[in-house]
Design a protein around this ligand. Structure first.
Ligand SMILES: Nc1ncnc2c1ncn2[C@@H]1O[C@H](COP(=O)(O)OP(=O)(O)OP(=O)(O)O)[C@@H](O)[C@H]1O
Ligand SMILES: [Mg+2]
Length: 352
């Protein structure tokens, strides 16, 4: 097992990360967990049950490096079975498994759903824990109890302090025991670095690539690698009981083609959900639109409005400059605002 602080130091030495004492201060927490995990599990009739390993709840503002640090930690574990998963995706998996169990007649659907997760891992690393949905809020408490009982160690990133989870949510009093559980079983650590590194990385870099072609594709790919820092997973958002698929997602960065996002019958609620779930959208292959593409153009306007309002960064490849993307057809007047927003969103300090 390599030490996470060594991996961190190596990244600083090779120039891929900047030294940050606030990030450095998280290392002892990760190393405490790694050391505890490396101890053999003692078994025996008269032994006291082993003290459970305290996990870590790493929270703080956007772009501070929470996901990056957690990823380094997961890499450092090498032979400990660990799974890094976006919290939202994980909860969807649980709901799907519960649905299946209910169909199969299980009395307590959560039991088999949790058992499925438990059998394959020792460490669960959740990215972006947040609870906005009542169906999640009402099961997380029991779910986490089961995970902890099975000896699973949980590390998680979040933008909120535990006390603010599911803030103003429906029936929140039923959710409060979960907050207590989190505080009892995870060390709560704030990553209060002054630097938003995501913003830093984007500052001064090109974010609008035209024309579409191999060059734009390669540039977009390198932006993706720089910001997402790992393999993409699809992310499904559930909006009004419908599913909206984002083909590639990691570390708050979503990547999709124009046709994924504007070719299908998506509407304002879908784009709002997308904007809420992402910090950066990489949108590829925006074509020149014509009269026949009125629907696509209209959706694109709605998409850009949603991103703009939510201050989501946009990185795009397009057939032409913003003003030239939709010059004739219904809604060209509205499109002028979109073009202007596309310009504004390219500014180095946009979104800060
Ligand atoms: N010390 C650093 N030096 C250089 N780049 C860094 C540093 N820390 C983080 N980054 C980079 O900044 C970007 C944002 O980091 P990261 O995704 O970990 O932020 P985060 O705290 O998880 O943000 P969010 O709350 O939005 O999820 C990533 O591309 C990451 O690699
Ligand atoms: Mg993150």
């Amino acid at each position: 097992m390599s030490r996470v602080s060594d991996i961190y130091a190596a990244r600083i030495a090779d120039g891929s990360l900047r030294a940050d004492p606030v990030q450095q201060a998280v290392m002892p927490e990760f190393e405490r967990i790694a050391t505890a995990l490396s101890k053999p599990v003692k078994r025996g009739l008269f032994r006291k049950a082993a003290e459970p390993i305290q996990g870590l709840y790493l929270w703080g503002g956007v772009g501070r490096g929470k996901s990056m640090l957690m990823d380094l930690f997961v890499v450092s574990l090498d032979d400990v079975p660990a799974r890094r998963v976006h919290f939202h995706a994980f909860m969807q998996e649980i709901h799907t498994a519960m649905h299946k169990a209910r169909k199969a007649g299980a009395r307590d659907a959560l039991e088999p759903a949790a058992a499925e997760v438990i059998k394959s891992v020792r460490v669960l690393a959740f990215d972006e824990m947040q609870i906005t949905d009542i169906t999640d809020a009402m099961i997380v408490g029991r779910l986490f109890e089961k995970l902890f009982d099975a000896g699973i160690v949980i590390v998680t990133t979040s933008n909120r302090v535990p006390d603010d989870l599911y803030k103003d949510g429906l029936n929140r009093q039923l959710f409060l025991p979960f907050i207590d559980l989190i505080k009892a079983r995870l060390v709560v650590h704030e990553l209060a670095s002054p630097t938003d590194y995501r913003q830093d990385r984007l500052e001064g870099t090109q974010v609008y690539f035209t024309p579409i072609g191999p060059e734009a594709r390669a540039d977009i790919q390198s932006v993706w690698e720089d910001l997402a820092g790992g393999a993409a997973d699809p992310l499904t958002l559930v909006v009004n009981k419908r599913e909206v698929l984002i083909p590639a997602f990691r570390n708050g960065v979503a990547r999709a083609s124009f046709y994924d996002m504007c070719g299908a019958a998506l509407g304002p609620a879908d784009y709002l959900a997308l904007a809420e779930a992402t910090r950066v959208l990489i949108l590829e292959d925006i074509p020149r639109l014509s009269r026949q593409n009125f629907n696509e153009a209209k959706r694109f306007v709605t998409l850009i409005d949603a991103l703009y309002e939510a201050r989501v960064r946009l990185i795009a490849s397009a057939a032409d400059q913003p003003e030239m993307l939709y010059v004739e057809g219904e809604g060209t007047f509205e499109f002028e605002r979109t073009a202007s927003r596309l310009r504004e969103m390219q500014a180095a300090d946009w979104g800060t």
